[in-house]
Design a protein around this ligand. Structure first.
Ligand SMILES: NC(=O)c1ccc[n+]([C@@H]2O[C@H](COP(=O)([O-])OP(=O)(O)OC[C@H]3O[C@@H](n4cnc5c(N)ncnc54)[C@H](O)[C@@H]3O)[C@@H](O)[C@H]2O)c1
Length: 450
């Protein structure tokens, strides 16, 4: 078994003090694993309810889109909205009123005013749609106050906070669902069905990525706050792993018969933000004081307990068409996205990719059959956002277990700190904690089963 940051086997003899600090942190964080006894929430059902009462925190770019979806789903009541920027919270309040609901209460007094929202006794579910570093503290507070949580990606940015989410979810018996919308994409759900039906044979390898040219968003003043760019000044690793990784993890049944075991990671040089700033940011702008340290293209390899492999990439600062790769490959065939294409052993026409269209009739996911048209009309990202929100409300109303649980949130978020540890140690292997404490061994196909 590899230990966190095991370097001996790689022949790396000496470490700089910063490397030692990273390794010490990794070890300390991994120790959290054994600190609470098993009280798993795997498969735990929501208590059924006629209406789902929601409070939402954060109305920047993303929050209003969740609100729009939730307001178009039957039996959802929005009770409270929160943002430190009053105008944003008021806009959200107006959206709710326009949809015919009573005006929700507004929380905008300070960056801890969300705590008052969480303390209300008329909320079942808190949505957290704030910058990354706020996700875990807000989710912990909401669960401590007895609320289920839907938290934007990534759920946490440190291994310690991944454990905090797991521990609080288990202690309070509240679910913490990371709002990984990509798992609900039309192609992703169809390929999940095909993988489960055995079309790709025994699964061996997956590839996942977040390759998205965000240079304008990161460096211009008319987009999100600075938080997203600031991450490039103090981290070198994969800053945003979950969109690519979530669906591949679902295909492979991660936490449902297999689990992430360890990863290695390396980063290319940092160039993209420097070059873009030189061209687009005027001299004297405070952004010129920043030093970007995150390598442009981060590539990691994850090894699973069953020995399978996943390549995981991140690049948001170079000119390249959007790509999550979304590849799954096994002994009988391969699917690869962007554009979607498929190849099966012995396929007619020889070694050429074929279209996915021929499989649609048989393998289209029932949720897409049922609400796909409404989803495309209502929800962002081609409808996947609406399907995710619709499904979460369905699970809560009908008393089902959620498709994704706190263990998924922790495992899919962990590559951010783990990749950083590996990069800092010359690409040394870094162990994933077993957030399920052994629960992963049970093979399950019950998620996304509607
Ligand atoms: N799943 C997806 O497809 C998707 C798409 C975009 C963004 N996101 C995620 O959504 C989250 C938000 O992204 P965004 O683009 O909306 O960012 P944003 O900066 O536009 O919005 C964040 C909002 O949170 C508010 N906020 C910050 N701290 C707060 C606090 N303490 N209390 C209350 N409100 C606070 C800000 O005022 C702002 O309105 C991020 O985690 C991002 O990764 C996900």
């Amino acid at each position: 078994m590899l230990k966190a940051g095991a370097l001996g086997g790689l022949g790396i003899a000496s470490l700089s003090s910063s490397h030692e600090a990273v390794e010490a942190r990794a070890n300390a964080e991994h120790l959290q694993e054994s600190q609470t006894k098993n009280n798993s929430v795997i498969g735990m059902r929501f208590e059924p309810r006629a209406v789902v009462r929601v409070g939402i925190i954060g109305f920047g770019n993303r929050g209003p889109s969740h609100l729009r979806d939730l307001l178009s789903i039957d039996k959802v009541e929005v009770k409270a909205v929160c943002d430190i920027v009053r105008e944003k919270a008021l806009k959200a309040q107006a959206m709710v009123v326009k949809a015919g609901q009573k005006a929700p209460d507004v929380y905008d007094q300070s960056d801890r005013d969300f705590e008052r929202l969480c303390r209300r006794d008329d909320i079942d579910l808190v949505y957290i749609v704030t910058p990354w570093d706020w996700h875990a503290p807000m989710a912990v507070e909401a669960m401590n106050q007895g609320k289920h949580v839907g938290v934007e990606v990534a759920a946490a940015t440190t291994v310690k906070d991944c454990w905090a989410l797991v521990n609080i979810s288990e202690k309070t018996r509240r679910h913490c669902i990371m709002l990984e919308n990509v798992c609900y994409g039309q192609n992703e759900m169809m390929v999940l069905n095909m993988a489960r039906a055995g079309l790709f044979g025994e699964l061996l390898h997956g590839e996942a990525a977040y390759i998205h040219d965000l240079r304008d968003q990161l460096l211009s003043d008319h987009h999100e706050g600075d938080w997203r760019r600031i991450a490039h000044t103090n981290h070198d690793g994969n800053l945003y792993p979950t969109h690519g990784l979530g669906p591949v993890a679902q295909y492979m049944g991660i936490n449902r018969g297999d689990r992430f075991d360890y990863m290695v990671s390396m980063s290319s040089p940092q160039k993209g933000l420097d070059e873009y700033r030189a061209k687009h940011v005027p001299p004297g702008d405070p952004k010129w004081k920043e030093k970007y340290k995150c390598g442009d293209m981060n590539t990691s390899m994850i090894k699973t307990a069953k020995g399978r492999t996943i390549m995981l990439q991140h690049d948001v600062v170079n000119p390249r068409p959007y790509d999550r790769v979304n590849l799954i490959s096994g002994t009988k065939g391969t699917f690869r996205d962007y554009p979607p294409r498929i190849y099966f052993d012995g396929q007619k026409g020889g070694e050429e990719w074929a279209t996915l269209d021929n499989y649609k009739e048989r393998y289209e996911h029932p949720l897409w059959k049922k609400v796909g048209e409404l989803a495309r009309k209502t929800g962002g990202h081609g409808g996947m956002d609406f399907i995710m929100n619709y499904r979460l409300i369905q699970c809560m109303r009908e008393g089902l277990a959620p498709d994704m649980d706190v263990y998924d949130a922790a495992a899919w978020s962990a590559p951010t700190p783990l990749s950083e540890m590996s990069v800092a140690q010359g690409s040394a292997p870094v162990k994933f904690p077993d957030f399920t404490r052994g629960g992963w061994k049970e093979r399950r196909n019950d998620s996304f089963a509607s």
